[in-house]
Design a protein around this ligand. Structure first.
Ligand code: SF4
Ligand code: SF4
Length: 410
């Protein structure tokens, strides 16, 4: 069978369909891109969007000739909500607003099955990843996310600035003075009282929560697009959000028998454990003695999970063996490097303290926080970590919309 010629929106998409207007809603509800026999709708493709998407890692979509192999290959794609082929088409057509409002970009866990099977090397899995980066930058009302995703200098600059603020706070607190830097034995509590660090933690957590929640509300607005849904449906479907946030269990349905779900799950439990310890039990972590406590066991578990699985992911990206690691956006590297260094400096500080090496303990503690804080400030509300919130939220809103639709039909 001869291969169909490659077509792109520039040479094939006339007449075009109007994007995301109330007219679009009334003329066609099925998102079929015109194949259902509904009245054709004029679109205004956003060609700038296609150029922009390249900066977010989506640069192969024009190779797609729409054979639909990818949707057939994806174990998570359904007849009702097929993907990723429709996202390929929408991207080629420049339907930016539809894509930002599409919960299916979050239903993809990037297992890579579709990219492996794509006969054109159009890399639909990476396109879905790029669309998620793009969507994150549009949910973020501050514009910071967009800047960080599209400029390496801005991303590195933001990390350096936050790290400098952390060091400055140590200086302002008077930590780097002879009275506070005891050298005859390690006393982290004298160097920087844990209560002071706690206050900083809570302020930072409050700011991050504010940005993450306000951005999530914007995401809800995009995905619900003013749809009227009974409040009881939001309550009855809340379990969907909790289950997906805690387990990401749909990932296990992907066809490739990869161990990635398990690795990701252990990594997430690692940094959730570490985050909980730092936020609520810092007094047990930041001790001056070397006695063994239950917090130490949790700390070792979290550190081991973070170090092992972030190193594993970096090695895989260097080797480019797995489909999903063949392409790495700058933000992927930045996240993994910061995560690994946070774990490494944390365990080094612990070792120096147990060895009673006073000055190395104090300096590595400052370095540890100068890495961990920028990682949290930059990655949680504006970067890669945001998917831990957005994916379960999208799946929840998808379930809410489906339930509301069922109620309407009934
Ligand atoms: S398998 Fe590849 S060429 Fe076929 S529709 Fe999917 S992305 Fe396009
Ligand atoms: S990467 Fe995996 S989950 Fe995502 S669309 Fe492709 S096959 Fe489906």
């Amino acid at each position: 069978m001869s291969e169909p010629a490659e077509k792109t929106v520039e040479d094939s998409a006339e007449p075009k369909v109007a994007e995301d207007s109330s007219d679009t809603q009334s003329a066609c509800e099925c998102d079929c891109t015109g194949g259902c026999g509904s009245e054709p709708i004029l679109i205004e493709p956003d060609l700038k969007f296609k150029e922009d998407l390249i900066e977010y890692g989506g640069d192969t979509f024009n190779k797609c000739y729409q054979c639909a192999t990818c949707s057939a290959a994806c174990s998570l794609s359904t007849d009702v909500d097929p993907f990723p082929r429709k996202e390929m088409i929408w991207t080629m057509w420049g339907l930016k607003d539809r894509l930002i409002s599409d919960p299916d970009i979050w239903a993809c866990y990037y297992c890579g099955d579709c990219s492996t099977r794509c006969p054109r090397g159009a890399n639909p899995g990476e396109l879905m990843m790029a669309l998620r980066r793009y969507a994150i930058s549009r949910y973020d009302w501050t514009g910071i996310s967009r800047l960080l995703y599209t400029s390496r200098i801005a991303e590195v600059g933001a990390i350096v600035v936050v790290a400098a603020i952390v060091v400055a706070l140590f200086v302002i607190s008077g930590a780097f003075t002879p009275e506070r830097m005891l050298t005859d034995h390690v006393s982290v509590e004298t160097f920087i009282p844990h209560q002071l660090v706690h206050y900083g933690d809570w302020v930072m957590a409050g700011i991050l929560t504010f940005f993450l929640l306000t951005n999530s509300l914007r995401m809800c607005r995009f995905l619900l697009k003013g749809q009227k849904i009974p409040p009881s449906v939001f309550v009855s479907e809340a379990k969907t959000f909790i289950i997906h946030m805690a387990t990401q269990k749909k990932w296990r349905e992907c066809e490739s028998k990869s161990t990635r779900w398990l690795k990701h799950f252990i990594l997430v439990t690692g940094y959730v454990t570490m985050f909980t310890l730092v936020m609520f039990f810092l007094g047990y972590l930041q001790t001056d003695g070397s006695e063994f406590t239950w917090v130490s066991i949790l700390g070792y578990y979290a550190t081991a999970a973070i170090l092992f699985f972030s190193a594993d992911a970096m090695i895989s990206r260097v080797k480019k063996k797995e489909e999903i690691h063949k392409f790495s956006h700058d933000s992927d590297w930045m996240f993994l490097i910061l995560l690994f260094l946070t774990g490494l400096t944390g365990i080094l500080m612990h070792a120096f303290r147990l060895l009673d090496l006073a000055l190395p303990t104090y300096y590595i503690y400052v370095i540890h926080l100068a890495i961990a804080v920028p990682m949290l400030v930059v990655e949680v509300p504006f970067g890669k970590w945001a998917h831990l919130m957005y994916r379960p939220l999208a799946l929840y809103l998808k379930a809410v919309k489906a339930k509301a639709r069922d109620l309407e039909i009934a």
